[in-house]
Design a protein around this ligand. Structure first.
Ligand SMILES: NC(=O)c1ccc[n+]([C@@H]2O[C@H](COP(=O)([O-])OP(=O)(O)OC[C@H]3O[C@@H](n4cnc5c(N)ncnc54)[C@H](OP(=O)(O)O)[C@@H]3O)[C@@H](O)[C@H]2O)c1
Length: 267
């Protein structure tokens, strides 16, 4: 018998999760995926594209896992209170993907005795890279969610205080920004865009693979590559002078702060 999954909110992130779950049906069989989604058009799209069953806020089906996937600015407390009325804490684990929304707030709306797992899902859901961060409340057990979470990437079980930091730190956006700037740099220097893109992508994948093989920090390889008075150290000096590292670090800190403030302001 497969698992029964119930999603509340059928936006971009749960859709990516559903796609990944479907792809991993050999290792994680599911009998039912139901989605409760306010927008009828979105619910119809999910039914047509992924065969998921549209559900209503009055439904009371069996569910091994209920995923709360509305936005922080939506009525998260109302959704959690509705879950508490309709599902059975002895059977169902509540997984929240709502950025910044704490386990304590969820427990307050759900009431006592619920297994609650707060995750920040990895967005590289279909390429088997990237980590989701997951924090468990006192009742939750890793075995209740591990197979599900592993359908959309790797999982890091962490203390809840690290979840907001992972949320700000891990999205691939920063890599996309870097690739964008890097490709433009090649074009600026005179390369055709397709050539610049091909070189940039292979350099990033190859550089990452090499770092993993060597199992060292980048500084070790930079020390080897940057010979005295050479091209590499000239580029390093220019990056330092223009504040490259500070720019990346400031952006990540701002993203972490934004996550925390979104959660703090959530209902
Ligand atoms: N996208 C990401 O990369 C990402 C990554 C990590 C975590 N998250 C978290 O995942 C959650 C969902 O993000 P998303 O990108 O999927 O958002 P999204 O695309 O904006 O989708 C949210 C959906 O939930 C619906 N909704 C709102 N209240 C509802 C309710 N009470 N019952 C049923 N449906 C409801 C919305 O309908 P209306 O538009 O009609 O209101 C909308 O279709 C957020 O909390 C976000 O913080 C997202």
């Amino acid at each position: 018998m497969g698992a029964n999954l119930y999603f509340i909110g059928g936006g971009n992130m749960p859709t990516a999760i559903i796609e990944a779950v479907r792809r991993k049906s050999d290792s994680y069989p599911v009998d039912h995926i139901r989605v409760e989604e306010i927008s009828e058009a979105r619910a119809a799209f999910l039914k047509d594209t992924y065969g998921v069953e549209p559900a209503q806020p009055t439904d009371t089906p069996d569910a091994d896992i209920v995923v709360i996937a509305v936005r922080p600015q939506d009525d998260v407390a109302g959704v959690a209170a509705s879950v508490a009325k309709r599902f059975d804490p002895a059977k169902t684990t509540v997984v929240s993907i709502v950025a910044g929304y704490t386990i304590a707030k969820l427990e307050q709306s759900l009431g006592e005795g619920w297994r609650v797992v707060r995750i920040i899902p990895n967005t590289l859901t279909t390429v088997d890279y990237g980590y989701s961060g997951a924090a468990l409340n006192a009742n939750a057990r890793q075995e209740d969610v591990d197979a599900f979470l592993n359908t959309f990437g790797k999982v890091l079980y962490v203390e809840e205080r690290l979840i907001d930091i992972i949320t700000g730190f891990y999205p691939p956006n920063i890599v996309y920004h870097f690739i964008d700037a890097y490709v433009d740099a090649g074009v600026l220097a005179g390369l055709p865009r397709d050539v610049a893109k091909a070189i940039a992508l292979d350099t990033i994948i190859g550089g990452t693979e090499f770092l993993k093989q060597k199992d060292v920090l980048p500084q070790v390889l930079l020390n080897i590559n940057n010979s005295p008075g050479g091209v590499g150290i000239t580029e390093a000096y220019t990056l330092n002078k223009t504040g490259f590292a500070a720019s990346v670090q400031t952006a990540v800190l701002a993203a972490v702060e934004r996550t925390t403030s979104l959660g703090a302001n959530a209902k």
